[in-house]
Design a protein around this ligand. Structure first.
Ligand code: GDR
Length: 332
């Protein structure tokens, strides 16, 4: 075990923040979880009472600076972001403001306070590759984002690298491909599917409406990726790492696997395609090469695609079967 540290998580009430908080507390660390509002604070406190939840507005440098001066953390996982790619066209200004300038405030505050050895992790994204020039994508692949969200992540990613190179900030990035769990919100497609399939299996609904099902993604199991994030920040030097499974599946395959997990083979009759759900520009196909993380961090994903899909559907079935609609998933 590593020595106990004071660790800050921004976006502590999101999927990754919740799982990370549990893992860091289990490892004996002191965790301050930053959230946006009182509802999120109440939620985080009930999910993980051992995390100290705080509301912080990171839109101003002064508020981030004051927070850092008071807390003096050893590590910061900056996960907070406007994370919906689909919403980022209609919410472009907010997406860029939040994802770029809030990240910049953390970097500038650390620099002004001379906290260059405080380890900073940035949640970079496979959405930065967008329309890739080569397959599979590595840390060297040219970036070509396809959404305002993707553009915001490219800018923030480069800022983190730049502050590392300019000021010697211990700043690392994890370029994570899609990673899922039953903590996903239903605005993301995997949970939308697992929820609908469970409802169809129990006769509670009769259809699943999706946009483009020909896209493919490199989907992995979120808790595996959180282990990777921790290894990235524990690595001896700051660096950039892709976390991915190296296998891509179409959305159609995801849907088929979800239906098959409840014994439905003839699933096409439940599917409705609505072109209104298609995006102005699409990330058609991405797949990551995580060789660098495998070699330097000894990281590799454990849970398979089929097992991930089954776990998500099983959890949504358990909500229906127990009638506990407020049930929130926790990793075992
Ligand atoms: P993504 O995740 O955009 O990859 O970003 P999402 O689950 O929203 O979409 C995946 C793909 O599915 C297609 N799709 C649909 N998507 C949604 N949400 N709803 C639908 O009904 C639907 N039908 C088809 C999309 O067009 C898309 O191609 C996620 C987020 O978590 C980001 O924050 C993160 O950076 C990346 O993963 C890696």
């Amino acid at each position: 075990m590593t020595s106990p540290k004071k660790i800050v998580i921004t976006g502590a009430a999101g999927q990754d923040g919740l799982i990370l908080g549990l893992k860091l507390i289990d490892a004996g660390h002191q965790v301050v979880g930053i959230v946006r509002n009182a509802d999120q604070k109440t939620f985080l406190e009930s999910y993980n009472p051992r995390v100290s939840a705080e509301i912080l507005d990171s839109s101003t440098l002064i508020s981030v600076r004051d927070f850092l001066e008071r807390i003096q953390p050893d590590q910061i996982y900056h996960l907070s972001a406007k994370s919906s790619v689909a919403d980022s066209w209609s919410d472009s200004e907010n997406t860029l403001q939040t994802n770029i300038f809030h990240t910049l405030n953390w970097l500038n505050a650390l620099n002004e306070l001379n906290m260059h050895s405080t380890r900073f992790y940035h949640a970079s994204s496979s959405e930065m590759f967008g329309l890739p020039k080569s397959y599979p994508q590595t840390e060297e692949t040219l970036l070509h984002p396809r959404s305002p969200y993707g553009v915001s992540k490219v800018a923030a990613h480069h800022l983190v690298v730049n502050y590392r190179e300019s000021y010697g900030q211990f700043a690392s990035t994890g370029i994570l491909f899609n990673h899922e769990s039953p903590l996903r919100d239903i605005k993301f497609v995997t949970r939308k599917i697992s929820r609908a399939v469970a409802e169809i299996a129990r006769g509670k609904t009769s259809s699943l409406t999706l946009g483009n099902i020909d896209i493919s993604r490199d989907w992995g199991w979120a808790p595996d990726y959180i282990d990777g994030m921790i290894s990235i920040l524990e690595h001896i030097v700051p660096d950039d790492f892709i976390l991915a499974t190296g296998r891509s599946h179409t959305l159609k395959e995801f849907v088929a696997t979800a239906f098959q997990s409840v014994g439905i083979e003839d699933w096409t009759k439940y599917l409705i395609i609505d072109s209104a759900l298609a995006r102005p520009a699409e990330v058609t196909s991405v797949v990551g090469d995580s060789s660098k993380a495998q070699q330097l961090l000894k990281w590799s994903p454990v849970v398979t695609f089929e097992s991930m899909v089954r776990r998500m559907v099983d959890f949504d079935l358990s909500i229906i079967d127990t009638g506990d609609i407020n049930k929130i998933w926790k990793p075992e």
